[in-house]
Design a protein around this ligand. Sequence first.
Ligand SMILES: CC(C)(COP(=O)(O)OP(=O)(O)OC[C@H]1O[C@@H](n2cnc3c(N)ncnc32)[C@H](O)[C@@H]1OP(=O)(O)O)[C@@H](O)C(=O)NCCC(=O)NCCS
Length: 113
Amino acid sequence: MKKEPKILRPQINGTFQPFSVDGIRIGYFTVIEEVDCTELLILKVFKRFRDKGYGSKIIQEVVNQFHKKTISLYVRRENKIAIHLYFKHGFWFDNTYKDENKYKMVYNQNIIK
Ligand SMILES: CC(C)(COP(=O)(O)OP(=O)(O)OC[C@H]1O[C@@H](n2cnc3c(N)ncnc32)[C@H](O)[C@@H]1OP(=O)(O)O)[C@@H](O)C(=O)NCCC(=O)NCCS
């Protein structure tokens, strides 16, 4: 039996969202929705489509869909591209989170910047 590609498998407890442009699968993201917050768990643009603005588009889509609650995520400290993009779209570091490998970033429309 043919195995389903990993990316098509829905995440447990999460909302799996493929991201396509003109019918072509570009990447995907996964969020976990809680009562008062949303966590962006996975964000991925397939390699051949990177650096064309699709990552930005996906983050904007997540913000548009979930901005009424605080959106949080964890990103590895060396992931400069992702951090740049999250900043660009209004995410800030949660400085109360301490981990030597990861940052926690949050988007909250009520934060006065
Ligand atoms: C992070 C990721 C989603 C970005 O997707 P993408 O489609 O390439 O993103 P975009 O094309 O919208 O934007 C790339 C941005 O990074 C910038 N960039 C490129 N190389 C960079 C670098 N070395 N350092 C900092 N920024 C960089 C580009 O200039 C661009 O910014 P701009 O829009 O201000 O010009 C993609 O690289 C990916 O799927 N990575 C693997 C999974 C991952 O790391 N996910 C995030 C986990 S939290």
